[in-house]
Design a protein around this ligand. Structure first.
Ligand code: HEC
Length: 124
């Protein structure tokens, strides 16, 4: 006996269209840029040395959307943990941006703090 019906026209068993592979991809960075914070333009004259603990708070609210929580790397921003970046490179990246990373996300004391934090996670 031959079993018939292994292929019936119109019926595609086990395929309910759960994954729409053909869907247009909305680049996540477009969304991320909409949530970017207003750069604070306060002109602090006396910026104290950065505080990594305060910088972590800044990082999680301003940078982690791209670089991942704790700088572990995200969908858009590179991993900063163990990156070996020094403070000068981090500060200039924050000031000038790069790729989809906007320039001047933070400045003044917040910048000093977030740089101190990124330095702290960039060291193995
Ligand atoms: C909109 C996404 C986005 C946000 C928000 C963002 N970054 Fe970035 N960041 C990037 C991308 C993308 C790069 C890589 C840029 C390139 O390759 O030119 C980058 C690069 C960097 C680099 C250099 C990494 C390297 O290996 O050279 C540092 C440091 C950095 N970001 C720190 C920060 C800090 C600190 C913040 C928060 C104040 C922040 N980023 C916010 C996307 C972002």
């Amino acid at each position: 006996m031959v079993r018939d019906g292994s292929r019936r026209a119109g019926a595609r068993p086990g395929h309910d269209g759960g994954e729409d592979v053909g869907e247009a991809r909305v680049p996540a960075f477009v969304l991320a840029q909409l949530t970017v914070f207003e750069p604070s333009l306060s002109t602090d004259t006396g910026v104290a040395a950065g505080d990594a603990d305060r910088g972590q708070v800044v990082f999680e609210s301003t940078c982690a959307s791209c670089h991942g929580p704790g700088g572990e790397g995200g969908s858009q921003g590179p991993r900063l943990v163990d990156s070996g970046l020094d403070a000068a490179v981090i500060a200039s990246t924050v000031e000038q941006g790069g790729g989809v990373m906007p320039a001047g996300l933070v400045s003044g004391q917040e910048q000093a703090d977030v740089v101190a934090y990124v330095v702290s996670i960039s060291r193995p």
